[in-house]
Design a protein around this ligand. Sequence first.
Ligand code: SAM
Length: 251
Amino acid sequence: MDQVVAGNRAVWEQASTKHVREYDELLEEAQGDGVLFPREKELLAPVLAKQPLVVHFQSGHGLDDVALVKAGARRVVSVDYSSVAAGAAQRRARELDVDCRYVVAEVPGVPVRDASADLVYTGKGALIWMRDIDAWAQDVARVVRPGGHLFVYESHPAVPLWSWDQDEPRIRPDRSYFAKSHINDTFPANGAQEWQWTLGQVVTAISNAGLQLQVLEEYPEPFWRPQDDTSAAAWSGRLPNSYALLAQRPL
Ligand SMILES: C[S@@+](CC[C@H](N)C(=O)[O-])C[C@H]1O[C@@H](n2cnc3c(N)ncnc32)[C@H](O)[C@@H]1O
């Protein structure tokens, strides 16, 4: 494993202890309505109706996995390089009796068979940890079967630029949309090196890997609010904060 990636992994092992400390709260959340956003459910409905085998790249706390099973997935195989995150998620899945299996491994290089997934699901803070977006897209295209789908629900690549001022949105002077990377300065992965992939780079990587784009929607709402008790002006509806993407591997 590359040194920077190994450093990020160490940060995530530490950050993921939150999933253990807050195990009961997360268990309760998983038992509730689920964490999939309404639009996400709408976009995924036709795929989930076919009871897909899902491979989740970078599954974190795993609440998405429980929600995917509740929404129709036959089984979810989840991959994350944090053994702490995967361990807590596996314990929760067992307790809830949902068919989710957790594998500790690096993305890309996911240790599942070629063409074994009906759906590769990922996002909510995943792509910024990929140091090579083309290698990531190639791995997705390898894992998904012909006719299967990739679904991404992600933070908008412009988000690193937004300040969290409450009076009006401002562009951070230390950031560029076209920078290659920056050091994360928010919880939970504070200190880790994030990579920046523009929307054009993400779409081009997916297309070059042989997948066909079906949906690309941008939203003003963030999928996560780093400062829960405040309301940043950047979240008031004028700026992009998240996006969803659905692509299919041709038959
Ligand atoms: C912000 S979480 C997002 C995951 C999930 N959607 C969630 O909300 O918990 C990012 C996850 O990616 C994992 N991760 C980061 N880089 C990775 C890599 N190269 N390979 C595998 N997992 C990685 C981290 O361990 C972390 O659990």
